[in-house]
Write a protein of this length. Structure first.
Lengths: 112, 113
């Protein structure tokens, strides 16, 4: 089952904050976040392995609420370089594999 | 560590022809994944190798698709009797046994005419 991402697209001015959500209908073992710029391969941002965990990378952080089967990506004080499409990849609990099911993505545009 | 490489980067073929793509993962990465991505969609899982063993294959994957990783290093993805619906970006990713991070290659863009 493909996770659902929201919003589908967002436009920010430099310095503004954004939240991208990723929800699954099934229990998740982990959530992986990637950013993909146009014409390029997805680039790993972070992984969340345990319920309730929150991780950060510079001004990008994420939380994972296992009970809600939801993860959120937080981008603070956005920079032009943050523009791209953000994908969450969900790994099912108990699936016994490392397969990721990706959402359809959230297109983020940061303007000056 | 030179990253994941894929060849060719672009392939244009006529419907009905066979195509083969190659992926060279990061050295010593034992896990290798193939994904397909179409415009406006996230990567869609196709298949997964641990060393030379193909451990998982998407239920949605047609019998026309086959993948190999004969020596546990590079991998090939072959599509037989291509159809226009096969047009997509084919991405390869590799992962080390101690990581949970998949490193993606630049992809092979397939266009079926």
């Amino acid at each position: 089952q493909q996770p659902v991402q929201s919003p589908q697209a967002v436009i920010l001015r430099e310095g503004e904050d954004a939240v991208i959500n990723c929800s699954s209908s099934k229990a998740l073992y982990s959530v992986h976040w990637y950013r993909q710029k146009h014409g390029e391969a997805p680039v790993f941002l972070m992984i969340l392995l345990k319920g309730g965990e929150q991780k950060g990378h510079e001004k990008i952080s994420a939380s994972f609420n296992e009970k809600k089967q939801q993860s959120s990506l937080y981008l603070t004080a956005s920079q032009l370089s943050y523009s791209g499409t953000y994908f969450c990849g969900a790994e099912d609990s108990g699936a016994g594999s490392y397969q990721l099911t990706f959402g359809k993505g959230t297109k983020l545009s940061v303007i000056p | 560590d030179t990253g994941v490489s894929q060849n060719p980067r672009h392939k244009i073929t006529k419907r009905g022809q066979n195509v083969t793509f190659r992926c060279d993962p990061i050295s010593e990465h034992n896990r290798l994944y193939w994904y397909r991505q179409t415009l406006g969609q996230g990567p869609e899982f196709l298949t997964y190798f641990q060393n030379e063993a193909q451990l998982e294959k998407s239920r949605l994957l047609s019998d026309r698709f086959s993948a190999e990783r004969p020596k546990g290093s590079f991998s090939t993805l072959e599509i037989q009797r291509t159809e226009q619906g096969d047009s997509a970006m084919y991405l390869c990713a590799s992962e080390g046994s101690s990581d949970n991070e998949q490193f993606f290659g630049p992809g092979t863009r397939l266009t079926v005419l």
